[in-house]
Ligand binder design. Sequence first.
Ligand code: MG
Length: 258
Amino acid sequence: MRIVRFSDGGSPLYGALEDDSARIVGLKGDPLFSPVEPSGRLFDLEEVRLLSPVIPRSKIVGIGKNYAEHAREMGGEPPTEPVVFLKPNTSVIGPDDPIVLPEWSGEVHHEAELAIVIKTLAKDVPLERVDEVILGWTCANDVTARDRQRADGQWTRAKGFDTSCPIGPWITVDPRLDVDDLQVTCRVDGRLRQDDRTSSMLMSPRQLVSYVSSIFTLLPGDVIITGTPAGVGPIEAGQRVDVEVEGIGVLSNPVVRR
Ligand code: MG
């Protein structure tokens, strides 16, 4: 099943998108906070606008340098423990929403990532119980002002500005999804920029949930983005960025400068 958040012209609605189907079964409320119950309304995927499938109530936890080749392209050896940072929930946008390049940066990069959506309050979760706290999986683009990341000394502005966290297109809830071996790619205007598999991660997705929960209390709707493969590079106004995670889908966003 895939959980979608969408608009048919009015307030955001939630729905369940069946596998291999374009039919959305409307849900009564936010499936994170109320029982999954059909609203009795059906929608056609083609006739609604998909929104970010989740707006984190508290935080997006970012993981830096979780693929060895990316750590090397950033000019260092892979860390023994992953770098942890936060992106504010105001950085989140949905499918097809524009990534707005900030006027204070001249070098903004794409970072294609697998994202984990947390289902329940979670603290100090042992690895063998991690699946109990995960709602599902989606795609994210950890858009980064690389010049400011280098110059600022910490990453808040570089990775936290408005529109720097596209998430979507939906939350895939599927116990058969082998998240330890999924292809993660980024295309800019159709040209392949990043291409690796989650099997190359230094810390696996489930290990990350356990690790992150030892640092922060995770709340329902919090998102962990799991790091990006090698091949990061600049995006320019007028381009379109597609992040694809195998078995989940494609998250596509235009890039603009205002
Ligand atoms: Mg990243």
